[in-house]
Design a protein around this ligand. Structure first.
Ligand code: ZN
Length: 134
């Protein structure tokens, strides 16, 4: 079962520049930056009422996010929902013919387990499911 929105991810070209805007102009609580090797990105995390805004900058031309930036420019990349039982949710998606981007679950920020579902099967929005590290 989906519990809540965990984060919204926004792709940016220049992370430092955007951190200044979100922290200093918008006044969101800045939680820090983290490199997610598996996705070849660096992210900046902000908190707003328990939901995170995640600014994502690609670190490598191979990163799936580089592709997005080239094709679509900066903007909202995905919505992430928190779940208790990622494996169980993956089964539900598979049973209902919602395609996953990767057959296996991967690693997200702060040791979480994640999976992405295909935007073509979900209203054009890339969805991430996150199970927090326990
Ligand atoms: Zn995410």
């Amino acid at each position: 079962m989906i519990k809540k929105i965990d984060h919204l991810a926004i792709v940016v070209k220049d992370l430092e520049k955007e951190i200044r805007k979100y922290r200093d102009i918008l006044g969101l609580t800045f939680l820090g930056t983290e490199v997610v090797q598996e996705q070849k990105v660096r992210v900046a995390l902000f908190d707003i009422g328990g939901v995170h805004i995640e600014l994502v900058e690609p670190l490598d031309p191979d990163s799936p996010v580089s592709n997005f930036l080239e094709k679509r420019g900066e903007g909202i990349h995905h919505i992430a929902y928190e779940v208790d039982d990622l494996e169980g949710q993956v089964e539900v998606l598979k049973k209902n013919h919602i395609r996953l981007l990767n057959p296996e679950t991967g690693k997200g920020t702060s040791g979480s387990k994640i999976v992405f579902a295909h935007p073509g099967d979900l209203s054009g929005v890339l969805m991430e499911l996150v199970e927090k590290k326990k």
